[in-house]
Write a protein that binds this ligand. Sequence first.
Ligand SMILES: *[C@@H]1O[C@H](CO)[C@@H](O)[C@H](O)[C@H]1NC(C)=O
Ligand SMILES: *[C@@H]1O[C@H](CO)[C@@H](O)[C@H](O)[C@H]1NC(C)=O
Length: 192
Amino acid sequence: MGFSRKIALVLALCMAILHFSHEDEQSGNQPEEYSINAHSGIRRVLSACPSAGTSQQAILDAHNKVRKEIPGLEPMTWNASVAKFAEEYASERKKDCGLVHSDTNIYGENIATGAGAMTILDAINMWVSEKDDYNYETNSCTPGKMCGHYTQVIWKNSTTLGCALSNCVKNDGIFITCNYYPPGNFIGTKPY
Ligand SMILES: *[C@@H]1O[C@H](CO)[C@@H](O)[C@H](O)[C@H]1NC(C)=O
Ligand SMILES: *[C@@H]1O[C@H](CO)[C@@H](O)[C@H](O)[C@H]1NC(C)=O
Protein backbone atom coordinates (compact mmCIF):
# COMPACT_ATOMS: atom_id res chain seq x y z
CA MET A 1 0.00 0.00 0.00
CA GLY A 2 1.40 3.38 -1.02
CA PHE A 3 2.15 6.08 1.51
CA SER A 4 -0.59 8.43 0.37
CA ARG A 5 -3.16 5.62 0.40
CA LYS A 6 -2.20 4.88 3.99
CA ILE A 7 -2.66 8.51 4.95
CA ALA A 8 -6.02 8.58 3.20
CA LEU A 9 -7.12 5.47 5.08
CA VAL A 10 -6.11 6.90 8.44
CA LEU A 11 -7.88 10.16 7.71
CA ALA A 12 -11.01 8.31 6.63
CA LEU A 13 -10.96 6.34 9.89
CA CYS A 14 -10.38 9.53 11.86
CA MET A 15 -13.34 11.18 10.24
CA ALA A 16 -15.57 8.15 10.78
CA ILE A 17 -14.63 7.89 14.46
CA LEU A 18 -14.97 11.60 15.09
CA HIS A 19 -18.34 11.47 13.36
CA PHE A 20 -19.54 8.65 15.61
CA SER A 21 -18.19 10.17 18.79
CA HIS A 22 -19.85 13.43 17.83
CA GLU A 23 -23.16 11.58 17.43
CA ASP A 24 -22.71 9.99 20.85
CA GLU A 25 -22.18 13.43 22.29
CA GLN A 26 -25.30 14.76 20.62
CA SER A 27 -27.42 11.88 21.85
CA GLY A 28 -26.38 13.10 25.27
CA ASN A 29 -25.76 9.77 26.94
CA GLN A 30 -22.17 9.07 26.13
CA PRO A 31 -19.47 11.72 26.38
CA GLU A 32 -16.83 11.66 23.69
CA GLU A 33 -14.08 10.42 25.95
CA TYR A 34 -16.00 7.34 27.10
CA SER A 35 -16.92 6.20 23.65
CA ILE A 36 -13.26 6.44 22.69
CA ASN A 37 -11.98 4.76 25.84
CA ALA A 38 -14.18 1.80 25.22
CA HIS A 39 -12.00 0.86 22.29
CA SER A 40 -8.31 1.15 22.88
CA GLY A 41 -7.71 0.00 19.31
CA ILE A 42 -9.66 2.98 18.11
CA ARG A 43 -7.56 5.14 20.39
CA ARG A 44 -4.45 3.93 18.57
CA VAL A 45 -5.97 5.00 15.28
CA LEU A 46 -7.01 8.31 16.80
CA SER A 47 -3.42 8.95 17.82
CA ALA A 48 -2.71 9.45 14.14
CA CYS A 49 -5.59 11.91 13.76
CA PRO A 50 -5.01 15.64 13.61
CA SER A 51 -6.32 16.38 17.11
CA ALA A 52 -6.77 12.91 18.56
CA GLY A 53 -10.24 12.54 19.93
CA THR A 54 -11.15 16.14 20.64
CA SER A 55 -12.22 18.10 17.58
CA GLN A 56 -10.63 21.45 16.78
CA GLN A 57 -14.02 23.04 17.37
CA ALA A 58 -14.31 21.45 20.83
CA ILE A 59 -10.82 22.69 21.69
CA LEU A 60 -11.71 26.21 20.55
CA ASP A 61 -15.07 26.15 22.34
CA ALA A 62 -13.43 25.07 25.60
CA HIS A 63 -11.03 28.02 25.40
CA ASN A 64 -13.48 30.59 24.08
CA LYS A 65 -16.17 29.82 26.64
CA VAL A 66 -13.65 30.88 29.29
CA ARG A 67 -12.41 33.92 27.33
CA LYS A 68 -16.00 35.06 26.89
CA GLU A 69 -16.30 35.51 30.66
CA ILE A 70 -13.90 38.43 30.33
CA PRO A 71 -14.96 41.59 28.47
CA GLY A 72 -12.76 42.64 25.58
CA LEU A 73 -11.05 39.32 24.86
CA GLU A 74 -11.05 38.06 21.29
CA PRO A 75 -11.88 34.39 20.78
CA MET A 76 -9.03 32.10 19.76
CA THR A 77 -8.86 30.54 16.32
CA TRP A 78 -7.08 27.40 15.12
CA ASN A 79 -3.62 28.00 13.69
CA ALA A 80 -2.29 25.19 11.47
CA SER A 81 1.37 26.05 11.91
CA VAL A 82 1.01 26.18 15.70
CA ALA A 83 -0.82 22.85 15.55
CA LYS A 84 2.03 21.40 13.51
CA PHE A 85 4.47 22.44 16.21
CA ALA A 86 2.20 20.88 18.87
CA GLU A 87 2.00 17.61 16.89
CA GLU A 88 5.75 17.47 16.50
CA TYR A 89 6.42 18.15 20.15
CA ALA A 90 3.75 15.68 21.33
CA SER A 91 5.33 12.99 19.21
CA GLU A 92 8.75 13.81 20.62
CA ARG A 93 7.39 13.17 24.16
CA LYS A 94 5.87 9.85 23.11
CA LYS A 95 9.06 8.13 24.23
CA ASP A 96 8.82 9.11 27.92
CA CYS A 97 5.55 10.98 28.51
CA GLY A 98 7.62 13.43 30.56
CA LEU A 99 5.90 16.52 31.92
CA VAL A 100 8.54 18.57 30.18
CA HIS A 101 8.11 21.80 28.24
CA SER A 102 9.56 22.24 24.78
CA ASP A 103 12.11 25.01 24.72
CA THR A 104 10.01 27.17 22.43
CA ASN A 105 10.00 30.90 22.94
CA ILE A 106 7.84 31.48 19.89
CA TYR A 107 4.73 29.93 21.42
CA GLY A 108 2.96 29.83 24.75
CA GLU A 109 2.57 26.28 25.97
CA ASN A 110 0.29 24.37 28.34
CA ILE A 111 1.13 20.70 28.81
CA ALA A 112 -0.40 17.78 30.67
CA THR A 113 0.23 14.09 31.12
CA GLY A 114 -2.18 11.46 32.32
CA ALA A 115 -3.41 7.93 32.10
CA GLY A 116 -4.61 6.40 28.88
CA ALA A 117 -8.13 7.80 29.18
CA MET A 118 -7.18 11.46 29.21
CA THR A 119 -8.42 13.70 26.38
CA ILE A 120 -7.38 17.17 25.25
CA LEU A 121 -10.67 18.45 26.65
CA ASP A 122 -9.82 16.96 30.06
CA ALA A 123 -6.50 18.78 29.99
CA ILE A 124 -8.10 22.12 29.10
CA ASN A 125 -10.68 21.72 31.88
CA MET A 126 -7.89 20.99 34.34
CA TRP A 127 -5.96 24.12 33.29
CA VAL A 128 -9.08 26.25 33.46
CA SER A 129 -9.90 25.01 36.97
CA GLU A 130 -6.92 27.08 38.20
CA LYS A 131 -9.24 30.07 37.81
CA ASP A 132 -10.41 29.58 41.41
CA ASP A 133 -6.91 30.32 42.67
CA TYR A 134 -6.21 33.35 40.52
CA ASN A 135 -6.76 36.94 41.68
CA TYR A 136 -6.76 39.40 38.80
CA GLU A 137 -6.59 42.53 40.98
CA THR A 138 -3.29 41.49 42.52
CA ASN A 139 -2.24 39.32 39.55
CA SER A 140 -1.42 36.58 42.03
CA CYS A 141 -2.13 32.96 42.75
CA THR A 142 -3.03 31.20 46.01
CA PRO A 143 0.32 30.23 47.57
CA GLY A 144 1.37 26.73 46.61
CA LYS A 145 -1.08 26.61 43.70
CA MET A 146 -0.63 27.03 39.96
CA CYS A 147 -2.45 29.60 37.84
CA GLY A 148 -0.23 29.97 34.78
CA HIS A 149 -2.19 27.52 32.65
CA TYR A 150 -5.38 29.49 33.25
CA THR A 151 -3.70 32.81 32.54
CA GLN A 152 -2.38 31.41 29.24
CA VAL A 153 -5.96 30.46 28.28
CA ILE A 154 -7.17 34.03 29.00
CA TRP A 155 -4.02 35.80 27.73
CA LYS A 156 -5.36 38.75 25.73
CA ASN A 157 -2.81 38.64 22.95
CA SER A 158 -2.86 34.86 22.48
CA THR A 159 -5.50 34.61 19.79
CA THR A 160 -4.45 31.48 17.90
CA LEU A 161 -3.65 27.98 19.06
CA GLY A 162 -2.99 24.39 18.14
CA CYS A 163 -3.17 21.30 20.38
CA ALA A 164 -2.01 17.71 20.05
CA LEU A 165 -2.09 14.45 21.98
CA SER A 166 0.22 11.48 21.81
CA ASN A 167 -0.09 7.98 23.17
CA CYS A 168 3.18 7.39 24.98
CA VAL A 169 5.07 4.14 24.73
CA LYS A 170 5.52 4.28 28.51
CA ASN A 171 2.77 3.03 30.86
CA ASP A 172 0.03 3.56 28.30
CA GLY A 173 0.20 7.26 29.21
CA ILE A 174 -0.98 10.34 27.36
CA PHE A 175 0.95 13.52 26.64
CA ILE A 176 -0.95 16.67 25.66
CA THR A 177 0.28 20.06 24.57
CA CYS A 178 -1.61 23.20 23.56
CA ASN A 179 0.54 25.92 22.04
CA TYR A 180 -0.46 29.53 21.66
CA TYR A 181 0.54 32.32 19.27
CA PRO A 182 1.38 35.02 20.10
CA PRO A 183 2.70 33.62 23.39
CA GLY A 184 1.48 34.80 26.78
CA ASN A 185 2.43 34.43 30.44
CA PHE A 186 5.09 37.06 30.84
CA ILE A 187 5.98 37.22 34.50
CA GLY A 188 4.69 40.35 36.17
CA THR A 189 2.28 41.17 33.34
CA LYS A 190 -1.45 40.92 33.75
CA PRO A 191 -3.08 38.58 31.24
CA TYR A 192 -5.52 41.19 29.93
C1 LIG B 1 -0.07 31.34 13.16
O1 LIG B 1 1.16 31.09 13.78
C2 LIG B 1 2.29 31.54 13.04
C3 LIG B 1 3.51 31.12 13.83
O2 LIG B 1 3.63 29.73 13.80
C4 LIG B 1 2.23 33.02 12.83
O3 LIG B 1 3.32 33.45 12.05
C5 LIG B 1 0.93 33.37 12.16
O4 LIG B 1 0.83 34.79 12.08
C6 LIG B 1 -0.23 32.83 12.95
N1 LIG B 1 -1.50 33.12 12.29
C7 LIG B 1 -2.35 34.01 12.76
C8 LIG B 1 -3.63 34.14 12.00
O5 LIG B 1 -2.12 34.67 13.76
C1 LIG C 1 -0.32 42.68 23.99
O1 LIG C 1 0.40 43.27 22.95
C2 LIG C 1 0.55 44.68 23.07
C3 LIG C 1 1.21 45.18 21.79
O2 LIG C 1 2.36 44.45 21.50
C4 LIG C 1 1.36 44.98 24.33
O3 LIG C 1 1.51 46.36 24.49
C5 LIG C 1 0.62 44.39 25.53
O4 LIG C 1 1.40 44.57 26.68
C6 LIG C 1 0.34 42.94 25.33
N1 LIG C 1 -0.51 42.46 26.40
C7 LIG C 1 -0.32 41.30 26.98
C8 LIG C 1 -1.27 40.97 28.07
O5 LIG C 1 0.54 40.49 26.63
